[in-house]
Write a protein that binds this ligand. Structure first.
Ligand code: SF4
Length: 329
């Protein structure tokens, strides 16, 4: 019997993936996650965590499976001596005060770069300045920074329009700080407007937007103009991930999407593309980036190239109690 010739396999279209570097986890979130894992290992479950330790469902679920219990407020924590960890976003001053009052075993995983903003706001306050915080209402970091000082001493400005209409008590006694995860571009515009309107306003000697936010936006700016579409791996409530999507759009990317998992890919949006940019917010683990590349590899002949905007070697030691036990072992 003559064998029929084999049908040629359907060729997948080629897709070049440009991976932004740096992307994903920052030093502050690595420290926060390790704090929870370390506390679980040292003290055993349960370990209470105030607010999602990072804005990423995968990370939160995996810590929950190991015995972390996420709460929104301290009144959900029983007086059992179990540790309570404050998230990387920082907390209002009233929270550690309440923990001391109740004699709770509190571990503060606030990112040192957020703490730096808290200290800068305090310095403005001690020098008698009204403080402008540039940031997004309702974000945990903003709630934490505003909560460092008495109510009414910090005014929140969210946009250029807000900066244009802001009316201070005394324009010669003004200081500003910013949220760490803002758009570098938008924040520079807001600060420039405030400086034009209030030439005596005093800022931080060093930028408040953190290195991780700046570097991830820089990498997106390089990749976005030369790809057909861009995926930002991150959660909708992650501020720095939202900003990465905006930066991609502003840099000229025809289509940018913020996705948590490969299952969320709308394939109609990514049909007929030849070049795809991928980045990840500071709270997104690399395994999710790999999952998305694998999903594209099912449909495309994928080649991956990394586009680097900065090298990062930032490391923050664990909160002191966890560090001291670690050192003693
Ligand atoms: S995004 Fe920046 S400020 Fe926020 S936790 Fe990471 S390093 Fe710290």
């Amino acid at each position: 019997m003559a064998l029929s010739p084999e049908k040629p396999a359907l060729q997948k279209p080629a897709l070049q993936v440009l991976l932004c570097s740096p992307r994903g986890f920052c030093a502050g979130l690595v420290r926060a996650i390790e704090s929870v894992e370390r506390a679980l290992a040292l003290y055993g479950p349960p370990v209470y965590v105030r607010h999602e330790i990072v804005h990423n469902r995968c990370v939160v679920e995996s810590l929950r499976a190991k015995g972390a219990i996420f709460v929104e407020e301290l009144d959900e924590v029983p007086d059992t001596g179990a540790p309570i960890i404050f998230s990387a976003h920082g907390v209002p001053r009233s929270v550690p005060e309440e923990a001391v009052r109740r004699n709770l075993f509190a571990l503060d995983a606030t990112c040192p770069l957020v703490t730096k903003v808290h200290r800068a706001a305090e310095i403005h306050y001690r020098r008698g300045r009204e403080i402008v915080l540039i940031g997004h209402a309702g974000h945990p970091e903003v709630i934490g920074t505003m909560g460092q000082l008495p109510s009414g001493s910090v005014s929140l400005i969210e946009s250029l329009a807000g900066a244009a209409t802001f009316s201070p008590r005394d324009s010669n006694k003004l200081g500003y700080v910013t949220q760490t995860t803002l758009s570098v571009h938008d924040t520079a515009e807001i600060i420039a407007l405030l400086k034009r309107r209030f030439p005596a306003i005093v800022g931080s000697p060093k930028e408040d937007i953190c290195y991780a936010t700046t570097n991830r936006q820089q990498a997106v700016k390089r990749v976005a103009p030369i790809v057909d579409a861009m995926i930002v791996v991150g959660a909708p409530n992650s501020s720095n991930s939202q900003r990465l999507k905006e930066v991609a759009e502003r840099a000229g990317c025809p289509h940018a999407a913020l996705l948590q998992r490969a299952a969320a890919i709308d394939w109609n949006e990514f049909a007929a593309i030849a070049r795809l940019g991928i980045t990840a917010g500071a709270s997104a683990p690399e395994v999710l980036v790999e999952e998305i590349i694998d999903a594209f590899a099912q449909r495309y002949a994928v080649s991956v190239e990394t586009v680097s905007a900065a090298e990062e070697g930032v490391f923050f030691p664990l909160p002191r109690p966890l560090r001291e036990i670690q050192a003693a072992e």
